[in-house]
Design a binder for this molecule. Structure first.
Ligand SMILES: C[S@@+](CC[C@H](N)C(=O)[O-])C[C@H]1O[C@@H](n2cnc3c(N)ncnc32)[C@H](O)[C@@H]1O
Length: 285
């Protein structure tokens, strides 16, 4: 007999949807329009289950209670954020780096470490794809050094990124050569898992950073920022504010990579499109 979970009888009322989605918009910038009602209800199910709360009404009360508001938003956002990512997603960007961008960057940073930031890094695949690209470049230019910062609002994604362990099927976009060079297979043959080698892990660092923060306290000013498939969740006003803050954290002539499905047109004139979905900071103001 299938025992239905208790919360399956409950549903997220319109007023509770509005209250929670307003909180998410104001604090995380994620714009959950009315059409996302069912999605939010579905994604919050797990929180009700974990907290052993019967109804969405009781969950909403807990979320906004003095006690709940201290800890629950971070747990909730782990479930609510969309974390889809892949190794070498939109691979043209990695090819572009290898062929056209890194050779110039290596000259500019001669003897110095090139810092790169992946904002909205999810479970780390983008960061490690960058790591692989930079390590391959390093084979030809051994003096080239880099560090990568990956940030996200989802603490559970950051933990996964830090572990750097992935199911073997997720590395299908990685070439055999790169798989051999930069991944270890689980010694337990029943576990179809791989782990990114220490060589790359030592050069990456992950941290919690909410793009809604007033200022970004990153450790560097970057020649390259990746923020792909993330801006799309924000409204125009928030996007413009995020771009202003990226502008501050980019070096003059630094590059901002966004997704091929996104655009900065009409958002910030200080970014100039120089390659498909790659924008250059043109002014230091
Ligand atoms: C779809 S994933 C993109 C991952 C990767 N950049 C890629 O292109 O494959 C979007 C990520 O943005 C993160 N995100 C959403 N809102 C955020 C915010 N306010 N601050 C920081 N990260 C946020 C989500 O947690 C999620 O991991």
């Amino acid at each position: 007999m299938i025992v239905k979970p208790k919360y399956a009888h409950s549903s997220l009322s319109q007023s509770n949807f509005q209250r929670i989605s307003k909180y998410i918009l104001e604090n995380y910038g994620i714009n959950l329009t009315a059409s996302k009602h069912d999605l939010l209800e579905f994604r919050l199910q797990k929180r009700l289950q974990i907290l052993n709360i019967d109804t969405y009404e009781a969950y909403t009360r807990f979320l906004f209670s003095k006690e709940g508001i201290q800890t629950e938003p971070r747990e909730m956002i782990n479930e609510v954020s969309t974390n889809k990512t892949d190794f070498f997603r939109e691979n043209q960007h990695f090819e572009l780096l290898q062929k056209s961008i890194l050779p110039n960057l290596a000259k500019e940073f001669l003897g110095k470490t090139v810092p790169i930031w992946s904002a909205g890094c999810s479970s780390g695949e983008e960061v490690y794809s960058l790591g692989i690209t930079l390590e391959n470049f390093k084979i030809r230019y051994p003096d080239f050094n880099y560090s990568i910062l990956g940030t996200d609002i989802s603490q559970s994604m950051i933990f996964r990124a830090q572990r750097a362990i992935y199911p073997i099927e997720t590395v299908s976009p990685v070439s055999h050569t790169n798989l051999h060079r930069y991944f270890l297979k689980s010694l337990d043959t029943n576990k179809y898992l791989v782990r990114v080698k220490k060589k790359i892990r030592d050069k990456v660092h992950f941290d919690f950073l909410n793009l809604m923060d007033k200022e970004y306290r990153t450790p560097h000013i970057y020649p390259i920022i990746f923020c792909r498939n993330t801006l799309m969740y924000f409204n125009q006003e928030t996007k413009m504010d995020i771009l202003r803050k990226f502008h501050e954290r980019l070096k003059t002539n630094g590059l901002l990579f966004i997704s091929h499905t996104e655009s900065l047109i009409k958002l910030d004139q200080r970014f100039k499109l120089i390659y498909p979905s790659v924008y250059q900071k043109t002014s230091s103001i």
